[in-house]
Design a protein around this ligand. Structure first.
Ligand SMILES: C[S@@+](CC[C@H](N)C(=O)[O-])C[C@H]1O[C@@H](n2cnc3c(N)ncnc32)[C@H](O)[C@@H]1O
Length: 634
């Protein structure tokens, strides 16, 4: 009897992925059995191996477990929650409710190397933070207990206090695996921004240097977030925090650019004959005293019979100046008092292609201030429902920072896996209104319970994830209302805007997956075997199973799904027929043939669907093989 290979229902095997990368670089260092030959690798790398005992780096209790945490595959899934979503069937935006470590693992297969920008605003380790307790052997169980999905008896979820002997280690153990997994998701030209304050900036920068590589450090932005503090504050009045910025893989051809600030843009306020093509212009002095002396930049410019000399030299060469003068792109000003002349050149707002010119972001950001974040939030909620959300305009600024020198893509994905009240989601929705380039978002937020005495709880929000989802719904409603009141505020067509988001919740798999972590006792193994005889969870909906198969086959959660009827059976066509899924429990030769005829690259069926008919299984394997279709069952 032909055996059908089973679909791997766990998240991407990180160790395997790392080994593949190594193999791509050093195929010569692998043995026949696909094991690493250290001696050969050492010979290949020669002098570069550091065999010394003492080396520079950072260590803390639990660091070794971080690697185990990273390598432990997730056996969880993301279950769709249609009723909490907006435009579930068409939107490309995602809100994932769950612990971000599990979520990042589950996203690896489908989103590897696809994220353009990550912003996170993690707990700052101030001594009052709740640090989600990862346990690499039973992280999903911890989560289920935490969210009350299984009996939480005996489990305590406490805040990370400074008196705790492992105060810094706990925070580092939480951050390290998440940053590692996040890096995998970034595109080659992707960038991550991380908000942090004085408490943890040093540790964060050190682990980022390790995870991303020191060479990929872009900036430690100083964000001035307020203008003053109460008279009672001790020591220096801290007005700032930081935003660390790292690239996935910096390239020498890159440069960082950002849209011009509104203040700079306002300087472009004069018109000339180039207005239609190049927009308004501003002027700048053509002479300079600050550059090194260059003889070829010192020459006279003739204007209306006057010979004008620079104080030291001009910025441009003689040819360039003459060309600008012929094109009327210089401005001459006469000073009546001393009968002197000054020359300025015109700079236009748009380049030759009609694109607005970029500005250069600076490493110090003065504002937007924290109270702006509170005001943004207060448009929808009482201010105390969520303390200190980031200002939407801060996120808009970070999202607008561009990498120049790489091919631009039509659509980008932005990820925030400490989403809080969904400020990043609001910023993406607002930016999409303003610029032709479209960005999709993926937000991940723990359903951290709001305590019963909190304003959030009193206002009806049981968890922070509930606040985040509700904010997105309210922002979407507001954008639609604004549009119906004032139709000229959008550049482009409102119907082209994606004003929706799909909600998914972290849950146990819909399948009873063999858990390699259970104790190796006869009782525990017996229970696993029992689970395996009825493989699909009784509560699982077709839609939940479908999305789990999508995710575990490496398709994005927003991939188009079409429902077909083939030979009387329901078949789901994923990504325009690339993958066909049939969840029918009574498969027939006809439906197997009909699926194979469509020449998908992959087909997935339920093992149960064969009803123990070995003949049908053997036929199915042969039919799929004859059409070169990868065939899997679950
Ligand atoms: C500082 S807040 C983010 C605020 C957000 N930037 C805003 O403007 O609303 C950090 C959030 O991360 C969430 N969080 C903490 N641990 C998490 C985890 N393991 N998975 C997902 N979210 C987590 C917390 O519940 C908290 O809401």
């Amino acid at each position: 009897m032909a055996e059908i290979e089973k679909l791997d229902l766990t998240s991407m095997d990180i160790k395997e992925h790392q080994i593949e990368k190594l193999k791509e670089l050093f195929p010569e260092a692998f043995t026949e059995g696909n094991k690493i030959d250290w001696d050969r690798l050492r010979r290949t790398l020669g002098e570069q191996i550091d065999a010394g005992k003492e080396r520079y780096g950072m260590n803390w209790p639990g660091k070794a477990d971080c690697f185990r945490t990273i390598q432990q595959p997730s056996i969880a899934t993301l279950v769709p929650a249609r009723e909490e979503s907006v435009d579930f069937d068409t939107t490309q935006n995602l809100f994932i409710e769950g612990d971000n470590l599990e979520a990042l693992k589950l996203l690896q297969k489908s989103y590897l190397g696809k994220i353009k920008m990550i912003y996170i605003d993690p707990p700052y380790n101030t001594g009052n933070d709740f640090i989600y307790p990862d346990n690499y052997t039973e992280n999903l169980d911890t989560y289920l207990a935490y969210t009350g999905q299984v009996d939480a008896e005996g489990r305590k979820f406490a805040t990370n206090t400074e008196t705790d002997g492992r105060f810094h280690s706990k925070w580092l153990n939480m951050m390290y695996p998440r940053l590692f997994l996040a890096k995998n998701l970034l595109r080659e030209d992707g960038v991550i921004f991380i908000s942090i304050d004085d408490n943890a900036v040093l540790n964060l920068r050190t682990i980022c240097n390790e995870v991303f590589g020191e060479e990929n450090f872009i900036a430690e932005l100083v964000w001035q977030k307020k203008t003053g503090a109460g008279a009672k504050s001790k020591g220096f009045i801290r007005l700032h925090e930081y935003v660390l910025c790292y690239a996935k893989s910096i390239s020498p051809t890159w440069d960082i650019a950002a849209p011009m600030s509104e203040k700079t843009k306002a300087m472009y306020n004069k018109k000339d004959e180039y207005f239609d093509q190049l927009g308004p212009f501003a002027t700048w002095p053509l002479d300079t005293t600050s550059m090194d002396e260059r003889a070829n930049l010192r020459f006279p410019i003739f204007h209306e019979g006057n010979e004008i000399w620079p104080r030291k030299q001009w910025l441009w060469s003689r040819e360039r100046v003459e060309r600008a003068q012929q094109q009327n792109k210089l401005v001459f000003n006469h000073n009546e008092k001393d009968n002197s002349w000054s020359v300025r050149f015109k700079g236009y707002l748009y380049d030759e292609d009609g694109e607005e010119k970029s500005g250069k972001p600076t490493s110090v950001m003065i504002g937007p201030y924290t109270q702006e974040g509170t005001k943004d939030f207060q448009k929808y909620f009482d201010r105390d429902v969520f303390p200190f959300p980031k200002p939407v305009s801060l996120l808009k600024q970070l999202l607008s920072i561009r990498v120049e020198g790489v091919e631009a893509t039509e659509e980008d994905i932005a990820l925030d896996f400490f989403a809080g009240s969904s400020t990043t989601g609001e910023a993406v929705l607002r930016l999409n209104q303003e610029c032709p380039k479209k960005t999709k978002f993926i937000l991940v937020q723990l359903p951290e319970p709001c305590t019963e005495d909190s304003e959030a709880y009193k206002a009806g929000y049981k968890t922070i994830a509930d606040i985040g989802k509700e904010r997105l719904r309210m922002v979407i409603k507001k954008i639609k209302e604004e549009h119906s009141e004032k139709t000229d505020m959008f550049k482009g067509d409102i119907s082209s805007l994606d004003l929706g988001f799909k909600v998914f919740k972290l849950s146990k798999s819909n399948f009873n997956i063999w858990d390699s972590n259970v104790e190796k006792t006869p009782e525990a193994l017996g229970r696993q075997l029992e689970l395996h005889t009825s493989h699909i969870s009784a509560e699982a909906s077709q839609e939940a199973i479908l999305f789990e198969l999508l995710l575990k086959s490496g398709f994005e959660l927003t991939t188009p799904i079409e429902k077909l009827t083939l030979e009387g059976k329901t078949v789901y066509s994923i990504a325009e027929g690339e993958l066909l899924i049939c969840l029918d429990k009574h498969l027939t030769n006809e439906v197997i043939k009909a699926m194979a005829e469509r020449k998908p690259s992959r087909v997935i069926c339920l093992d149960e669907g064969f009803q123990d008919n070995d003949q049908l299984k053997t036929n199915a394997v042969q039919i799929m093989k004859s059409k070169n279709v990868v065939f899997r069952t679950v």
